[in-house]
Design a protein around this ligand. Structure first.
Ligand SMILES: NC(=O)c1ccc[n+]([C@@H]2O[C@H](COP(=O)([O-])OP(=O)(O)OC[C@H]3O[C@@H](n4cnc5c(N)ncnc54)[C@H](OP(=O)(O)O)[C@@H]3O)[C@@H](O)[C@H]2O)c1
Length: 218
């Protein structure tokens, strides 16, 4: 929709290049690189973007990892990695970006339906995604005075690399459970992001939109 887009990647350079190519069909953007879970790297990512774009109007906290483990199999190292990548990254990116965001700015958190439901194979992930919502609501309250809107999307099961480990049977079983009878697509999430990033959502802040095909109605 005409925005200049900074696309950050950590491990997947080629996929980031493909995404930038797609973005360039509509507008323009740059690639950025770094681990958003690390405070200083997040600062470098933001600086590099602002050096080119001059300011930040929209921040999407999208980075996330999931590891399928029962609670007692979660090592301390895994717990720290999940919390750092999924939750601390949001603190890191918000605190660095806010210096460059003016009135009318939008911050969007990509949480998960598991923030509400919990997860029988990912307590660390569910905790990180619920933590994001606490941060999101707090920022919405604090930043309302600056007219910056802060909201979250809680996706259901979306057909991306994060569910690449699902067997065919698991996919079919999940589709059967979803009232709309299909997995979500990245576009299903991007469309809601676009709405929240636009002026159409100027009177919405501190809100979570579930995008689950009806899997979680709560
Ligand atoms: N797919 C689902 O069913 C689902 C459901 C609910 C919520 N979500 C959330 O949606 C978001 C996007 O996930 P996805 O489904 O698109 O999965 P994905 O394809 O695995 O994408 C994960 C993204 O996070 C980035 N990332 C991971 N660790 C990072 C780090 N330390 N620093 C910077 N970037 C990092 C990855 O970049 P690199 O590949 O370059 O490392 C990749 O772009 C995640 O927050 C996920 O938790 C997904």
């Amino acid at each position: 929709m005409g925005a200049f887009v900074g696309i950050n990647y950590f491990r997947s350079k080629e996929k980031a290049e493909e995404t930038l190519k797609e973005v360039k069909r509509y507008s323009d953007g740059i690639l950025l690189h770094g681990n958003v879970g690390k405070f200083d790297e997040a600062g470098k990512i933001v600086r590099e973007f602002v050096d080119v774009a001059g300011r930040i109007d929209i921040l999407v906290n999208n980075a996330g990892i999931y590891k399928r483990n029962k609670f007692e199999e979660i090592s301390e190292q895994q717990w720290d990695e999940i919390i750092e990548t999924n939750l601390k990254s949001c603190y890191n990116m918000c605190i660095h970006s806010l210096k460059h965001m003016k009135e009318g700015g939008k911050i969007i958190f990509i949480s998960s339906q598991l923030a509400f439901r919990g997860s029988s194979h990912g307590a660390d992930y569910a905790a990180s995604k619920a933590g994001m919502l606490g941060l999101m609501r707090s920022l919405a309250l604090e930043l309302a005075a600056r007219k910056i809107n802060v909201n979250a999307i809680a996706p259901g099961t979306i057909d991306t690399d994060i569910i690449a480990g699902y067997s065919r049977e698991q996919r079919m079983r999940r589709i059967e459970e979803i009232p709309l009878k299909r997995l979500g697509t990245p576009e299903d999430i991007a469309n809601v992001c676009l709405f929240l990033a636009s002026n159409l959502a100027d009177y919405i802040t501190g809100e979570v939109i579930l995008v689950t095909g009806g899997l979680y109605i709560g």
